[in-house]
Design a protein around this ligand. Structure first.
Ligand code: ATP
Ligand code: MG
Length: 443
């Protein structure tokens, strides 16, 4: 038979396995833990939506809608789009489910998103985000809480070092319009020096020229007027409340007056957590206040603020993730012992211990593999053990070995796990004591 050619994966997709998967999972698990501390409810969302959900939310002039969406007609002739982001779908869900009754509503979700982009390190066509939104809260305290959540997440992932929170305000509608006019005037005066993309943006989306990555645009963008001169008293007050709140919570931030979000419905707070450790793909988490979006989808005016973080980019930064491991290794010697090994492993798993059977190969090799896998203890089942009904239990840390029945194995495992947890707790307490000592010094 002729050799069949293996189909290749879609460009820009990844099969995430092994250590990469463990880091990915660690990011998601940490997010799930921290979002509960802040009282964000989880929500599971469809992967596709009617194309209008994104076209209307994001606007036809954005890169995502004009160049990056995976849209297709389904068999019924409806135009559908694989979600390129979460906010639009969550806003749609808010309206179609009548979630108005729950405001202020704190929502969180995570999962795959799809954008037709040029794949490179940190940029994929299927990628994954963590997402957090507060819908129906117009106060600056909501922005602060959301940013504290983001900050704590990065700290718990151990990647806060070298990641900076850059913060800006886009003001209210009035401030923003006045600033936009001043920007257009500035860019018109330098139109000939701008890149082609930015000349195009001048008509459609002039704010976006400010964060252009084209080198020739930088001097013109950097010399453009700040929003500060155009901020209304109210907008100034709102920004002051946000920065005061962050200071009170000990969240470090930096003003970046070039930071914008391109879409018209963005108001007030805009932010990005940025690192220089990932080359050009340095933004790990980004968001802002989008008070006009729900209205753009046909709802009543509804303030909201949110952020999204790229899971792949966060996973690239995390270090020291403990791999999955069996707490107990079971080593059967011979066919008959395998049946016993299966039942021993089942009982241990039933008692909530992870157990793995190392069933083949030389005894020494299996012991080595059990050790390398990180097992706390080994159970050995040979002919003698089958006859006596007891198994050999070996503590891998101390080397101690004894003949035990299953109830005793489980008891010993509880002790081993407890002393391990205590050890981990000990180093946590040490770190905590060092933090407290540092706090004392700085006061
Ligand atoms: P960029 O300017 O890098 O294209 P963006 O403005 O399109 O970013 P957002 O839509 O704000 O990005 O998405 C929030 C976060 O999701 C980004 O900061 C990044 O961490 C991640 N992200 C966005 N697009 C991709 C992608 N194609 N692959 C991997 N991660 C992505
Ligand atoms: Mg993009």
């Amino acid at each position: 038979m002729a050799k069949v050619q293996t189909p290749q994966p879609v460009r820009g997709t990844q099969d995430i396995f092994g250590e990469d998967q463990e880091r990915f999972r660690h990011v998601v698990d940490t997010f799930e833990r921290v979002r509960r501390l802040y009282g964000f409810k989880g929500v599971e969302m469809p992967v596709f939506e009617p194309t209008a959900v994104f076209a209307r939310s994001l606007g036809e002039t954005t890169d995502v809608v004009s160049k990056e969406m995976y849209s297709f007609e389904d068999r019924g002739g409806d135009s559908l789009t694989l979600r390129p982001e979460f906010t639009a779908g969550l806003s749609r869900a808010f309206l179609t489910n009548g979630w108005q009754q729950h405001v202020p509503l704190k929502l969180s979700t995570h999962g795959p998103l799809f954008r037709y982009e040029r794949p490179q390190k940190g940029r994929y066509r299927q990628f994954h985000q963590l997402d957090a939104e507060i819908i129906g809260a117009g106060e600056a305290s909501a922005d602060v809480e959301l940013l504290c959540f983001a900050d704590q997440l990065l700290r718990q992932l151990g990647i806060d070092d070298g990641v900076t929170l850059q913060l800006n305000t886009l003001g209210d509608a009035e401030s923003r319009d006045a600033w936009r006019d001043a920007l257009v005037e500035h860019f018109r005066a330098h139109e000939k020096e701008l890149s082609e993309d930015s000349r195009d943006r001048l008509e459609r989306n002039p704010l976006r020229i400010l964060d252009s990555k084209e080198r020739q645009d930088r001097p013109i963008a950097d010399s453009a007027p700040d929003i500060d001169a155009y901020l209304s008293g109210e907008a100034k007050e709102f920004f002051a409340q946000v920065t005061e709140g962050l200071d009170a919570c000990g969240v470090k931030w930096e003003r970046n007056s070039r930071l914008v979000r391109g879409l018209d419905y963005y108001r007030h707070t805009a932010f990005e957590f940025v690192t220089d450790r990932l080359g050009a793909q340095g933004t790990v988490l980004a968001g802002g206040r989008y008070d006009g979006l729900i209205e753009a989808l046909g709802g009543n005016a509804m303030p909201a603020v949110g952020w999204a973080a790229g899971i792949e980019r966060l996973a690239m930064l995390v270090e020291g993730v403990e791999p999955d491991r069996p707490e107990l290794a079971v080593l059967p010697m011979g066919d008959e012992a395998m049946t016993k090994a299966l039942s021993v492993a089942s009982e241990l798993r039933g008692a909530q211990f992870s157990a793995e059977i190392f069933g083949s190969g030389k005894f020494r090799k299996r012991m080595t593999r059990a050790n390398q896998a990180g097992a706390l203890a080994v159970v050995i089942i040979g002919e003698d053990e089958l006859a006596s009904g007891k198994v050999q239990f070996k503590n891998l840390a101390t080397g101690e070995q004894s003949a035990l029945d299953i109830a005793e194995v489980i008891e010993n495992m509880w002790d081993l796990r407890f002393s391990e947890d205590l050890g981990a707790l000990g180093s946590d307490i040490e770190a905590l004591e060092q933090d407290v000592a540092k706090l004392g010094e700085s006061e």
